[in-house]
Design a protein. Structure first.
Length: 83
């Protein structure tokens, strides 16, 4: 089966569910960073495809995803440093 970039496995979800407190916070942030990086990878693959982002709505969405996900990754990395 093919999964989308950055998606968690059932085992990873179970690990997250079993954790609590600061361990949960750290794991959640690590997984969410990876999830957001997956979105950035998908946008990069889209933009690398010939004529893929010529549609205005697709282009706007791709740019929005890239901007917001990158900013959120920065925030989550800062949060990890503060744990």
């Amino acid at each position: 089966t093919t999964t989308m970039h950055g998606m968690l496995t059932a085992a990873e979800l179970a690990r997250l569910e079993a954790s609590q407190g600061p361990a949960f916070d750290r794991l959640f942030l690590e997984y969410m960073i990876r999830h957001h990086e997956g979105a950035l990878r998908m946008v990069a693959e889209l933009l690398a495809s010939p004529r893929a982002a010529q549609d205005v709505d697709v282009s706007v969405l791709a740019n929005d995803v890239e901007t917001t996900q990158a900013a959120e990754i920065g925030l989550m990395r800062q949060m990890l440093l503060e744990l």
